[in-house]
Write a protein that binds this ligand. Sequence first.
Ligand SMILES: CC[C@H](O)CC(=O)C(=O)O
Ligand SMILES: [Mn+2]
Length: 342
Amino acid sequence: MTQQRDIHITEVALRDGSHAIAHQYTVEQVTRIAKALDQANVPYIEVSHGDGLGGSSLQYGLSRTNELELIEAAVSVCKQAKVAVLLLPGIGTMKELKQAARIGAKMARIATHVTEADVSAQHIALAKELGLETVGFLMMAHMAPVEKLVEQAKLMESYGADTVYVVDSAGALLPQEVRERIRALRQSVSANIGFHGHNNLSLAMANTLAAIEEGATRIDGSVRCLGAGAGNTQTEVLVAVLDRMGIETGIDLYKMMDLAEEMVAPILQAPQEITRDSLVLGYAGVYSSFLLHARRAAKKFGIDSRDILVELGKRKVVGGQEDMIVDVAAEIAKKKLKSVAH
Ligand SMILES: CC[C@H](O)CC(=O)C(=O)O
Ligand SMILES: [Mn+2]
């Protein structure tokens, strides 16, 4: 089934959504959901641990099921969709990327902090060598000025990335800031431009539309918003909105609505919504995937998770520094004890 598409959507519920369910996907769930997404004509379906290939660990959260089994399951039921994998150099390795390609992944998204594109060079080169469609994924895009983002995107393009993404990992960007970033990239790189939003400030949809209006053609969505923090731009809603705008995604809206309601909603222990914690992520500019870790640390030390998140924001902590969450929580608890003693 080929169709002319104005916007190419990558569905991330089976990867970013894994954060929201503490990486507990089963083969059965992934098979059912991937099959339904494929039948709804979604072009790309990302499957990996929430922190990318190799993420299953005590630091990032143990997966219930080996991600290679999940990827294999998705590949086995996709007739037209391409299965994508995410890889953060340092968490995932070349070996895992090769394994993913061997079992049928067709797209690799290589993610780095927005100022560290240089660490993606070898992984992007390997992905191209393996014949994968390759994306450079610049995370925490709110933390760098526009010129820096452009410089880093150019690096990824020079390594061979077909597409470069602006990733609003903290859900902290405002629509005007998204516009500036996408516009600047459009003027400076020839690669496709993509946008990945988080809904911590309830701006994922507005930011996604701003990105599209400025020329982004690769867009991430997640069924029922399933993703870290308050989740991502809701795919089935995005498909409906773009349809109203006369923008073609090639995706069957009713099929998306049905799978969201019947397959994804029942997996969730609680609806994906903007809670006080996820709101603080966007407000303080903290990595969305820190949310569950901060909640656990808050419980352990008997403190408010918002205090941890605000402090992490002040210290500009980035992905890979998850161990800081417990350190910060311990410091806050100590200060609290001292102030009670005085
Ligand atoms: C830890 C990887 C991260 O979840 C990637 C991503 O989706 C983001 O930065 O938003
Ligand atoms: Mn994300």
